[in-house]
Write a protein that binds this ligand. Structure first.
Ligand SMILES: Cc1cc2nc3c(=O)[nH]c(=O)nc-3n(C[C@H](O)[C@H](O)[C@H](O)COP(=O)(O)OP(=O)(O)OC[C@H]3O[C@@H](n4cnc5c(N)ncnc54)[C@H](O)[C@@H]3O)c2cc1C
Ligand code: FES
Ligand code: FES
Length: 393
């Protein structure tokens, strides 16, 4: 087990969430997409005693027009922002920026509220929200307040969020008449955190631009385990949850410890060792699986979060035990298997990619696999395999 033990709650309403935050104080952490929090837990840089998973709070995930504004629930996934037609019309700067944020596997889980609350100085969305004059709606058990994005970010990984508050909504005003937007960044590779960047809105008598840059020093106090834990570690160790999930079409029921990663559950509990584990902080892509049909990192989710969901691993790609899938055959024929360590992650990523884009260009293929690292050989044969599948329809 990589993360330290914690007590897990999965509320289904905002009121329930706020009551849990009030009850557990600074011993608790909110778990949204987990794409920043879980890596730090895997490294044991963050060791919250209580995890409040808001992924089942449906009332936090929406995009809706309200008068002239667009209101976005904090739990709205980054991938939803990327694909949404209202966002593209109302705030094209967001649509333009989304592909720069990590990779589809990360954006499928990562949320808007999570990125803003995390306040990474190298993240794109905080800069974009300031350029758009966005406001954040924060709520605790007693009150709701609205704060300008400009005032929300107060330092490196620091915000104006009080310990008992939840980001519940982001409000985007309309752009000024005839405004233009632009986003540029410099990163070592596509999808990496930016070394520096600028989000900009230019209107007739107004220029709003916001620079951001990588500064990786993180105040150590952000990660220390709070001292005011009122739940003993022995109780935390016993925090088991009954789950039921479908993996490759087969339903499984298990009791899992809250801190068990989904990747470890698939490998050790279900014996599906095709899901490989490399970095365990979301970077290498070896653990990519399909979660309700979308590629995600299995090392950045807990098994308990898969309750009620459907998963496909590399073992589920072949139509039967005597035949390979079209992509698996193409990998074999194009010598793309190489050492095979990264292969399962590539296959899962490409399965989802080709369903969305069945006739990609070479550039699109290279972009699609940019979130999967091959450490032994390289990408040329993998690209050739994808081209074969695309050409043969
Ligand atoms: C390999 C990799 C590459 C990445 N590259 C980029 C990149 O290029 N650019 C970029 O911007 N990001 C990048 N990310 C981070 C990603 O965008 C995260 O999704 C995002 O930073 C956090 O969102 P989340 O929903 O995953 O939040 P979580 O990880 O769940 O939470 C992050 C923090 O915010 C708090 N929090 C979450 N939601 C709320 C809420 N509603 N109210 C109050 N507090 C809340 C949590 O308690 C936690 O402290 C990358 C991540 C990985 C793993
Ligand atoms: S991304 Fe999960 S093991 Fe590397
Ligand atoms: S084929 Fe060896 S790591 Fe990619």
């Amino acid at each position: 087990m990589k993360p330290a033990p914690f007590h897990y709650f999965a509320p289904t309403t905002i009121d329930e969430t706020l009551a849990l935050i009030a009850e557990h104080g600074d011993a608790a952490k909110i778990l949204a997409g987990g794409q920043s929090l879980v890596p730090t837990m895997n490294f044991r840089l963050a060791m919250p005693a209580v995890l409040i998973d808001i992924n089942r709070v449906a009332a936090l995930a929406y995009i809706t027009a309200r008068d002239d504004d667009l209101a976005i629930g904090a739990l709205t996934r980054q991938r939803t922002l990327e694909r949404d037609a209202q966002i593209a019309r109302h705030a094209p700067l967001i649509a333009e920026t989304m592909p720069f944020i990590a990779h589809p596997q990360i954006r499928n889980r990562g949320t808007l509220g999570g990125s803003l609350a995390h306040a990474d100085p190298a993240a794109e969305l905080p800069a974009v929200m300031i350029a758009l004059n966005a406001q954040l709606k924060l709520k605790n058990q007693k009150q709701e307040r609205v704060i300008d994005a400009r005032d929300f970010f107060v330092g490196l990984f620091m915000t104006a969020l009080e310990p008992d508050e939840l980001v519940i909504e982001i409000i985007l005003p309309p752009l000024p008449a005839r405004a233009s937007c632009a986003f540029v960044e410099v990163a070592r590779r596509h999808g990496d955190f930016a070394l520096a960047g600028v989000a900009c809105v230019i209107a007739r008598d107004e220029v709003r631009s916001w620079k951001f840059e990588t500064r990786r020093e993180i105040p150590i106090s952000n990660f220390q385990r709070p001292t005011s834990i009122n739940l003993g570690d022995d109780i935390l160790m016993n925090d088991h949850h009954a789950i039921q999930l479908t993996v490759n079409g087969i339903t499984h029921q298990r009791a899992v410890e809250a801190r068990m990663l989904l990747s470890d559950f698939l490998r050790h509990d279900l014996g599906l060792t095709g899901t490989h584990v490399g970095c365990e902080h979301g970077v290498c892509g070896a653990c990519t699986i399909l979660f309700d049909g979308e590629p995600v990192r299995a090392c950045l989710m807990f098994a308990v979060q898969a309750d009620g969901h459907s998963i496909t691993t590399v073992e589920g790609l072949a139509p039967d035990e005597n035949h390979l899938s079209t992509m698996q055959s193409a990998f074999r024929d194009a010598h793309a298997l190489q050492c095979g360590f990264c292969t399962p992650g590539f296959l899962m990523t490409l399965d989802a990619f080709l369903r969305e884009n069945s006739n990609p260009t070479e550039e699109e293929i290279r972009l699609a696999i940019s979130g999967n690292l091959c450490r032994c050989t390289g990408y040329q044969n993998i690209v050739d395999a994808v081209k074969r599948v695309a050409q043969n329809g």
